[in-house]
Design a binder for this molecule. Structure first.
Ligand code: ATP
Length: 288
C-alpha cells in the first residue's frame, strides 16, 4: 500500500500570545500542495522502518510515523508485523509540516490496511494528539485553522501555483516561537481579505494579502530567510510569504508556466526549489 502525504503551506499566519497550555493561539490559512512524502506499508515477518533519502528524518522512535503507529495500535488494538518505508520529498523542519504529513499518512494508511473503518473525524482527533498540524494533513484542501491549529474550517480556493524555496538550512519550530515571544506581541487577526480573494480566485489580491507573524523571528535566527524571500520577489513571484515557522518560502505564480519560470530563476539563489500546486486532498492511499 502506498500513501501520499501532501505538504502544507500557510498563506496567512496570525499568532496571538502564548496560552497557559504552552501553545500559541493562531489564525491561519493552510493549503495542501503537490509536494508529497510517500509511505509504503507492507505485511512482513519482522517489523522494520526505513527512511529514504537517509538523514531526511530520524529512523528511531522519535519519528512521527513510529509515534503514529503506536498511537493507532493503542487506540484500536491493531497488531501485526509491518514493513514501513518512508520516502521523503518534504524537507524536515522547514515549516511545511513534513512530520505531520507523515503522521497523517500513517494513521490513514493503517486505518485502510487493517480495515478498521475509523471515520476521518475520529482519525483527525487521534492525529491532534500527535501534533497541531496533523488534523489538517489528514483533511487537506484549504482551510482556516484556529486555536492551536487543529480547529479547522474548510474554505474554497481555485487551483494555485507556487514556487517553494529555501536556503537549505532547517529551523526548529520551538526556537522560532521562543524568539517570537521575545518580540512585541502581535494581535490575532482574521484572514478576511485572503479568504475572500481565494473564494473569488483573485490571484493578485491573494498575493497582496499573504502574511506570517513568525517571519521576523525566523529572520532573526537565520538571516538567509530574508534572502530567499527577496530572490523569489526578484524572480517575479506575484506575492511571497514564509510558510509556518520557516525557513521555506512560498512564491505565488500566475499559472504553471509562470511558476516554472520563477523557479528557474530562483535556482541560482536558493539551495532547494520546488514547483507545486494546491491539492484538494490530504494523506490518501494511491494505487501504485
Ligand atoms: P510545522 O510546519 O508543522 O511546524 P516543520 O515542517 O517545520 O513543522 P517537520 O518537518 O515536521 O517540521 O520536522 C520537525 C522535526 O520533527 C524534525 O527536525 C525531526 O527531528 C522531527 N521528525 C519526526 N518525524 C519526522 C518525519 N517523519 N519527517 C520529518 N521530521 C520528523
Amino acid at each position: 500500500m502506498r500513501i501520499v502525504a501532501p505538504a502544507k503551506i500557510n498563506l496567512w499566519f496570525s499568532v496571538g500570545p502564548r496560552r497557559a497550555d504552552g501553545y500559541h493561539e493562531i489564525v491561519s490559512v493552510m493549503q495542501a500542495v503537490s509536494l508529497f512524502d510517500e509511505l509504503h506499508i507492507e505485511p512482513a515477518d519482522a517489523s522494520t522502518f526505513d527512511v529514504e533519502p537517509a538523514g531526511w528524518a530520524p529512523e528511531d522512535e522519535t519519528n512521527l510515523v513510529v509515534r503514529a503507529l503506536r498511537q493507532f495500535s493503542a487506540a484500536t488494538g491493531a497488531r501485526g508485523e509491518l514493513s514501513l518505508r518512508l520516502h521523503k520529498n518534504i524537507p524536515a523542519a522547514h515549516g511545511l509540516a513534513g512530520g505531520s504529513a507523515d503522521a497523517a499518512a500513517t494513521l490513514v494508511g493503517l486505518n485502510e490496511f487493517h480495515r478498521t473503518g475509523i471515520s476521518k473525524k475520529a482519525l483527525e482527533k487521534m492525529g491532534a494528539a500527535l501534533g497541531s498540524d496533523v488534523p489538517f494533513c489528514i483533511r487537506g484542501g484549504t482551510a482556516v485553522a484556529r486555536g492551536r491549529g487543529d480547529d479547522l474550517s474548510p474554505i474554497a480556493s481555485k487551483e494555485l501555483w507556487w514556487v517553494l524555496a529555501s536556503s537549505g538550512e532547517s529551523l526548529s519550530t520551538a526556537s522560532v516561537y521562543e524568539e517570537f515571544d521575545r518580540g512585541e506581541p502581535t494581535s490575532l487577526e482574521d484572514p478576511f481579505d485572503v479568504a475572500d480573494a481565494l473564494a473569488r480566485g483573485d490571484t493578485d489580491r491573494i498575493a497582496m494579502n499573504l502574511r506570517n507573524d513568525l517571519y521576523p523571528a525566523a529572520a532573526a535566527l537565520l538571516p538567509e530567510v530574508e534572502e530567499t524571500g527577496r530572490a523569489l520577489r526578484e524572480a517575479g513571484a506575484l506575492g511571497t510569504v514564509m510558510s509556518g515557522s520557516g525557513p521555506a518560502w512560498c512564491g505565488l505564480a500566475r499559472d504553471e508556466a509562470h511558476a516554472v519560470d520563477v523557479a528557474g530563476t530562483v535556482r541560482s539563489d536558493a539551495a532547494w526549489v520546488e514547483v507545486a500546486c494546491s491539492v484538494a486532498h490530504g494523506a490518501r492511499s494511491e494505487v501504485a
